[in-house]
Design a protein around this ligand. Structure first.
Ligand code: ADP
Ligand code: MG
Length: 467
């Protein structure tokens, strides 16, 4: 590459930095490595194809105009994804390294992805508790997760700068995927970095084991405090568990004080987690909190397209449109339909007819409504209040039983959409007006009493998980 283009690009970067947000600049622009193909053509090496997609959509004009402003040349701009770089591009790549340190890191990956080293990388990730299926490359960006993705990516490239990163949102929306992608990207960049991915549940279990055994106690501390990046998934589970909160508080402080990166996911923002100590709420809110919403139609379609590509599964766009139109609530369900259809094609070798597609969609959607029967609701509510399921259908009138019963009835109406008389029948043959009364009372309480609201929201989450 010509020496003077390096200078031009460095000047362009300065201008581009002014023109874009810090996150956009760091995530999409700074990571691009230019290669002059001929006098008027620049090819940018991008970390992945999604970087190219975003760059083309949002920054192509800006880059072109900036280069033109600096040189008066109308550069043609092309892009190439890192994984598409042919072997013999190495010489040019070495030149490029001078521009920004980025490419050196890419080379580490390139090398380690060939031969034996790739096995090691996979093993390092697995030892860290990561599932190699989750990466930034296969995370589809949409309006629902754009900011979360950009922040997560920037955290992966700059450990400790945004601390902690807190990702929250509903079930099946991609929190685990994004969190694991951070871990994976960090190891790709520098396999010597110590990463631990751990669910909140596993953290609790390990802590309990450690508490019972003094030797393990030390190794527990060492394990969690001796990392560059700690990923705790579904951290809300530690709420209400005093000893866990205490230990996590110290783990958090120790990492934080040493500039180590912490990433947390949860269903809710910190201040809305019931039973979470205030000092943890404060700490969780210290860095950046990002949320993931339900995906819109375009994103749902793009996720299906990406899955088909990944699996090399030939499927009509019409069918993907149909799935994306009808399966709306979360990505896990979307994938459920997709996987079922793919299995059908594989095992029967028959074409997908409208009927097969419709039935598959129905089966996933119906499963989710059907499963929320009064029986499941009663089980979950009984467990929650530590009473028996039979208490709920009994005549007992003490508050400890009557209140949970009213909540269970309310949920049957609200979540499972049952009629008042069907609910009455399932709750020991009560009449329609009794159920209506219970429903109105709890609904009123839900709207006016934050404690009841929190309580019911918690039960709803458990129901979502159990169904
Ligand atoms: P959560 O942790 O929020 O419950 P997950 O991360 O487990 O959700 O996501 C559920 C499934 O949907 C996973 O298989 C994940 O790979 C997929 N998924 C979610 N969001 C996306 C996305 N934006 N692009 C690609 N796949 C996604
Ligand atoms: Mg998850």
């Amino acid at each position: 590459m010509e020496e003077n283009f390096i200078n031009i690009w460095e000047k362009a970067l300065e201008a581009l930095k002014e023109e874009t947000s810090q996150i956009a600049y760091k995530t999409y622009i700074e990571v691009m490595v230019p290669r002059l193909v001929d006098k008027n053509t620049v090819c940018f090496l991008a970390p992945s194809s999604y970087h190219i997609e975003i760059c083309k959509k949002r920054y192509l004009d800006l880059i072109q105009n900036t280069l033109k402003f600096l040189t008066s040349v109308d550069y043609q701009i092309t892009f190439e994804a890192k994984d598409a770089i042919p072997e013999n591009a190495e010489d040019e790549a070495l030149d490029v390294e001078v521009v920004k340190g980025q490419y050196a890191n890419m080379q580490v990956n390139e090398n380690s992805q060939t031969g034996n080293a790739s096995v090691d990388l996979k093993k390092i990730k697995e030892d860290a508790g990561l599932n190699t299926r989750y990466s930034f490359d296969n995370f589809v960006i949409g309006t629902n997760n754009r900011f979360a993705q950009a922040t997560a990516y920037s955290v992966s490239q700059n450990l400790g700068a945004t601390n902690p990163l807190y990702i929250y949102g509903g079930v099946g929306l991609g929190k685990t995927h994004l969190m694991q992608a951070i871990g994976s990207a960090v190891i790709d960049k520098d396999p010597s970095k110590k990463v631990i991915y751990c669910t909140g549940e596993l953290f609790v279990n390990e802590l309990i084991k450690a508490m019972l055994n003094p030797n393990m106690n030390e190794s527990f501390k060492k394990k969690f405090r001796n990392v560059d990046l700690l990923l705790i998934d579904d951290v809300q589970i530690i709420a209400g568990k005093d000893k866990c909160q205490e230990e996590f508080f110290h783990t958090f402080n120790s990492l934080f004080d040493n500039g180590k990166q912490i990433v947390l996911t949860s269903e809710k923002p910190p201040k809305e987690i019931n039973g979470l100590e205030d000092r943890l709420k404060t700490r969780f809110s210290m860095g950046v909190s990002v949320d993931i919403q339900t995906p819109d139609y375009e994103t749902r379609f793009a996720i299906l397209k990406k899955r088909a590509e990944e699996e090399r599964y030939v499927i009509d766009d019409d069918i993907l449109v149909k799935i994306a139109t009808r399966v709306k609530s979360n990505v896990r369900e979307l994938e459920g339909v997709f996987n079922k259809l793919m299995a059908y094609t594989k095992f029967t070798n028959n074409p997908l007819t409208d009927a097969v597609v419709d039935n598959t969609i129905e089966s996933i959607l119906v499963k989710n409504t059907n499963i929320l029967t009064s029986k499941l609701i009663m089980q979950v509510v009984a467990k929650f209040f530590d009473i028996k399921v039979t208490d709920l259908t009994s005549d007992k009138r003490s508050t400890t039983i009557a209140f949970p019963r009213q909540i269970a009835m309310y949920l049957c109406r609200e979540v499972a959409d049952m009629s008042f008389s069907a609910i009455g029948k399932d709750f020991g043959g009560r009449d329609h007006s009794t159920v209506l009364h219970a429903y109105s009372k709890i609904k009123d309480d839900y709207d006016n009493n934050p404690d009841t609201k929190d309580l019911i929201d918690d039960i709803k989450k458990t129901l979502e998980r159990e169904s």
